[in-house]
Ligand binder design. Sequence first.
Ligand code: SIN
Length: 284
Amino acid sequence: MIVATEFTLRRLSDIAGAEITGVDLSQPLTPPLERAINDALLAHRIVVFRDQRLSAAQQHALTLSFGEIEGNVRRLPSGERLPVVHTVHNLDEHGQPTAAPDAVGNYSWHTDKSYHEEPSLLTMLHALELPPDGGDTQFANAAAAYAALPEESKRAIAGLRVVHSWEASRRHLGLTPVEEETRERPPVVHPLVRTHPDTGEKALYLGNHASHVVGMPEAEGSALLDRLLAHATEPRFVYSHRWRAGDLVIWDNRCLLHRAVSNYDMGRHRRVLQRTVVKGTAPF
Ligand code: SIN
């Protein structure tokens, strides 16, 4: 058997990200290739595979090779639950581009499913349709942001715990929380500084799903979370991914924040990406 572990890897920035070429992700991964990709993900936090073409079933299979695939709490306008392999897009109910997409939350800094007891380990996004220009995804390196904090700030936030909730996330976006979704996802508490289970690195853990700091007056806690988010998303910690047709990007939610950027004519051009998420473990 030929064991395909060889690919070309190129760093995309000093902040995070590596580009991998020479791999066809529509084919089952061999165990050595799977390990090599996992190692690249741990080292670079974001891995970008070029020139891929995966059906929903193929992306489902690929996702399963990294762990348990995660379901979604969000309902579609039809009332149906978002499927495990779904698309994030800027299309309205008639399939036309809109400047007010349903998945508006993706345009705010967040880390996937931090409102779960066991939030997402990694997310996989595959470009299906792109605007001619823009439509980037930005990633903020929350581990580098934590490391750059003054020691005094690190001491001040050590041990703080933050409530994350789907309901708060909706509220932050000016949306009315859906009762069924809120019931299904009650608030959870996570450390403000989490330790990566594989690398031991510490990272700030916050974003749009973060509601308040446990044991702190709400206004004070919100101001602290806002200050830390502003710090973590300073340009020096951010890598902006400019999509190319066929890109498949995998990122590590345990040390990154991300958001979609509306730097394209959303009301005119289609942006459709196929998305899957792998379940992680409880942050500590
Ligand atoms: C996401 O938030 O998972 C999707 C980001 C994007 O659409 O670029």
